[in-house]
Design a protein around this ligand. Structure first.
Ligand SMILES: *Cc1c(COP(=O)(O)O)cnc(C)c1O
Length: 379
């Protein structure tokens, strides 16, 4: 038997929601997308939510709307999935990498402020593993005019000082992903939330080839008339995916509760395992979304490799999140980045391992994971 590091939880309601769309008139962006956007905005306590075909598309659109382009910098965390930085590169900007705070594994106002220059168009803090990054303090440090896009792909359902991530109280936009390993699954899909009506409009146009949503000259030209004003993409979400996403969203609180229960059991059961550092918990007032439950082997890369391989032999498919982005060959060749740029992220990477953590992980399976960890750590 194999236990994956992540897995979606799909029930009969989800299946029926998708089947209803298949029997309807519209398959792509239609009423199911409208409903999903409305419910998502409500869940995040934010006025606007714009659906995309993936989290990557959502970040690309958000970076575009934030004015990222040639001659500009986009600052993100060294410890994230590639898409947080690639969205700047797509637009001809230079991605730059802030180091993590080794107490939280998130960027903070100090690690970011070192990189801010007159060329900085936007900052993309990542709520790594689902622990809220200090976006309030980052906002307070940044000059006016520098935009903040939260990469909230790990953090749907998390809260910072009681407010849902995605409420954009301290940021311009927040981007989410509905890849099956994330808090809710749509197959593929993404969302951007914002409080700014102008950004909402730009996001909607970018999603649809840059075609203007205003009916410019249609009175004179005819009702068909729509002009392209920007270079956008086809980043639409289908109604099929939106129906699944919306049905999943209705269970978000349950899912986050189950993820927190998994995390609490790991904390109890692994507390005495000296080789492992346990992940930072959320401070009082915040809520962790536990997209990942990451442990760090204190002895670094070789010991982590033995643990990883030992778990695989026992059917436990742990993962490593992530190779720091600046250590990827493309970033080396294109921007000259390499080892030493972000020492705390590199040290984290040498020992990190994501243990299975998802709502449907049974207590029996979680016991097997912990047993396998203890066995694999034996010399
Ligand atoms: C998953 C993820 C993305 C990209 O989302 P997709 O829906 O897979 O395109 C972006 N950033 C982070 C941090 C992620 O984990």
């Amino acid at each position: 038997m194999e236990i994956p590091y992540a897995r979606q939880s799909i029930d009969q309601d989800d299946v029926e929601a998708v089947v209803r769309v298949l029997r309807s008139d519209r398959l792509t962006q239609g009423p199911a997308v409208d409903d999903f956007e409305r419910d998502f905005a409500a869940a995040c306590s934010v006025p606007f939510a714009v659906a995309f075909s993936s989290g990557t598309a959502a970040l690309h659109a958000a970076a575009f709307a934030a004015g990222v382009g040639p001659g500009k910098d986009l600052i993100t965390s060294a410890l994230t999935f590639l898409a947080s930085a690639n969205c700047g590169a797509y637009l001809g900007a230079r991605p730059r990498f802030a180091d993590i705070d080794s107490r939280t594994w998130n960027v903070n106002e100090k690690t970011i402020s070192k990189l801010v220059t007159g060329d900085t168009a936007c900052v993309v803090p990542v709520h790594f593993a689902g622990l809220p990054a200090p976006v309030d303090e980052i906002r307070a440090m940044l000059p006016d005019g520098v935009r903040i896009i939260e990469d909230a792909a790990h953090a749907l359902g998390a809260r910072l000082a009681g407010e849902p991530i995605g409420s954009c109280i301290h940021s311009d936009m927040a981007a989410f992903s509905f890849h099956p390993v994330k808090a809710i699954a749509a197959g593929e899909g993404g969302m951007v939330t914002t409080r700014d009506a102008e950004l909402d409009l730009k996001l909607r146009e970018f999603r649809n080839h840059g075609i203007s949503t205003a009916s410019h000259d249609s009175a004179r030209q005819g009702a068909w008339y729509r002009e392209q004003h920007e270079l956008g993409f086809n980043y639409r979400l289908s109604d099929i995916h939106a129906a699944l996403g919306r049905s999943q969203l209705s269970k978000l609180e349950v899912f986050i509760g189950q993820r927190n229960a998994v995390a609490e059991r790991y904390r109890a059961w692994l507390a005495d395992v000296e080789e492992l550092e346990l992940p930072p918990a959320a401070p009082v007032g915040d809520l962790h979304a536990y997209h990942l439950f990451v442990v760090r082997h204190r002895d670094g890369a070789d010991a982590r490799r033995r643990l990883f391989d030992g778990l695989r032999e026992r059917g436990v498919f742990a993962q490593v999140h992530y190779i720091p982005v600046h250590l990827n060959p493309w970033y080396g060749e294109k921007f000259g980045y390499g080892p030493g740029l972000c020492p705390a992220a590199e040290k984290y990477y040498a020992g990190c391992l994501s243990l299975p953590c998802f709502p449907g992980l049974s207590i029996a399976d979680q016991r097997l994971v912990v047993k396998a960890v203890c066995e694999a750590l034996q010399p």
